[in-house]
Design a protein around this ligand. Sequence first.
Ligand code: NZQ
Ligand code: ZN
Length: 384
Amino acid sequence: MQNFIFSNPTKIVFGEGQIKELANLVPANARVLVTYGGGSIKKNGVYNQVVQALEGKTWFEFGGIEPNPHYETLMKAVELVKKEKIDFLLPVGGGSVIDGTKLIAAAVDFDGEPWDIMAKNQAFHSALPIGCVLTLPATGTESNGNSVITRASTQEKLAFGSPLVYPRFAILDPTTTYSLPPRQIANGVVDAFVHIMEQYLTYPVDAKVQDRFAEGLLMTLIEEGPRALKEPTNYQVRANVMWAATMALNGLIGVGVPQDWATHMIGHELTAMHGLDHAQTLSVVLPAVMQHQRAKKHGKLVQYGRRVWGLMQSNEEELIDAAIAATRQFFEQMGNPTTLSGYGVGRESIPKLVDMLVKHDLLALGEHGVITPEASREILELAA
Ligand code: NZQ
Ligand code: ZN
């Protein structure tokens, strides 16, 4: 196991009816900005619960944050924050709303063009405090310091991370997820699954705690993901999916182990260029990365196949084939095709996608840094 420091400051408030806790969690004298997306929270009753819980507090609202939140939209929210002297941000929604609000928090006092926080890795030294209400278990953003922002005008999708934008609290009420359409249920389960794989499927470092946690979370998603599609109002199923997605990317399973993230980096270019949902890109890229990197990932692929899928083949190459096939079949069972052509993206896009990876300096991806642009091209060819 490698050395590490672990700290996760987000207070998790989990369970049915917990939105009312906002009354206690949001500081009494705060000037609050409630941010949200395209309106799902107004249809499923979450908005009303938030409004009730904020009674007596000073609050404003900013709606219309898109999936893959647009930089351009978020900069409008920054103006509102400055005008109304907002000092607390309360995103209510999925990963896009929470990620977008993290950028708002960082941009308010940023000296310069906030896009450079992502594009040039520029540091910021303060951020407004954030508390959140999560309605889509997927990204883990509710208790991590990461954010992914899209600039619509240039079709770029870039990430930043900072301890300053960890939410102070996250309310996770599984009943808020009952209204998710099947596509978003699938996306959430696949995204969480791939977050675990990015931290688990590398090479063994004898990190037994992290490995067993990761395997337990993967098995939970394999069991509960398809059930969430079939039984959308089963509370226990939703609760297990929601907690698994948070645990997948709150830092715990990633400490002390090598991490990959090639699938995510290649996937971001696919979303930026072709508009695929984040998890759709992962469904396409992960099986191809597993295949392309099978020699380097051999030990962990065998462990994954045996422990997570219960595979018994004595020939390890056959076992790896079966593990990759099982992963692919799981994504397809959730409803996500696992090839580029399944989303109408042809091979002719591959050189442009590779050019974008080069433009974004993503020249040495993966836990060994060996996924060069040429290797990314081969991976995309395998995914075609
Ligand atoms: O906008 P509204 O109307 O709210 O509708 C949303 C949106 O259309 C809808 N939705 C959310 N909760 C719902 C609901 N519909 C019905 N009932 C509910 N309870 O779902 C749609 C998708 O929402 P979005 O927030 O975009 O999805 P998700 O949570 O999957 O977030 C995706 C974004 O997160 C980034 C992705 O790149 C993408 O931009 N990621 C962030 C990460 C992080 N911060 O750590 C890591 C991830 O790897 C990922 O990259
Ligand atoms: Zn993801």
